[in-house]
Design a protein around this ligand. Structure first.
Ligand code: FES
Length: 106
């Protein structure tokens, strides 16, 4: 499952991710800058904030109320496309997913 991370400065990194892994875990285990994932994926921080690319918004779906609450603590601006990347699981349907990373996570 391919996933592309577009950093705030425009640099993009594509990773061949393990199916079923989260967008956060994939970034952290592949040293992609721009995602911290401080709480390890238990929705207790907002350091895995990402913006789902417009083309993928429908497929990825909307965020939960709990994500919404957590994103209130995000450092960078929260938009309609903001998600906690630990809550996005890379399924085959999301092969080719593109996410954009915020300027700061902390
Ligand atoms: Fe902490 Fe996603 S890693 S909320």
């Amino acid at each position: 499952v391919k996933v592309t991370y577009v950093a705030h400065d425009g640099e993009s990194t594509t990773i061949d991710a393990e199916e079923g892994a989260s967008v956060m875990k994939t970034a952290v285990s592949n040293d992609v800058d721009g995602i911290v994932g401080e709480c390890g994926g238990s929705m207790m921080c907002a350091t895995c904030h990402c913006y789902v690319d417009e083309a993928w918004a429908d497929k990825v779906g909307t965020r939960s109320d709990d994500e919404d609450d957590m994103l209130e603590g995000a450092t960078s601006e929260v938009t309609d496309r903001s998600r906690l990347s630990c809550q996005i699981k890379l399924t085959p349907e999301l092969d080719g997913l593109v996410v954009h990373l915020p300027e700061d996570q902390i």
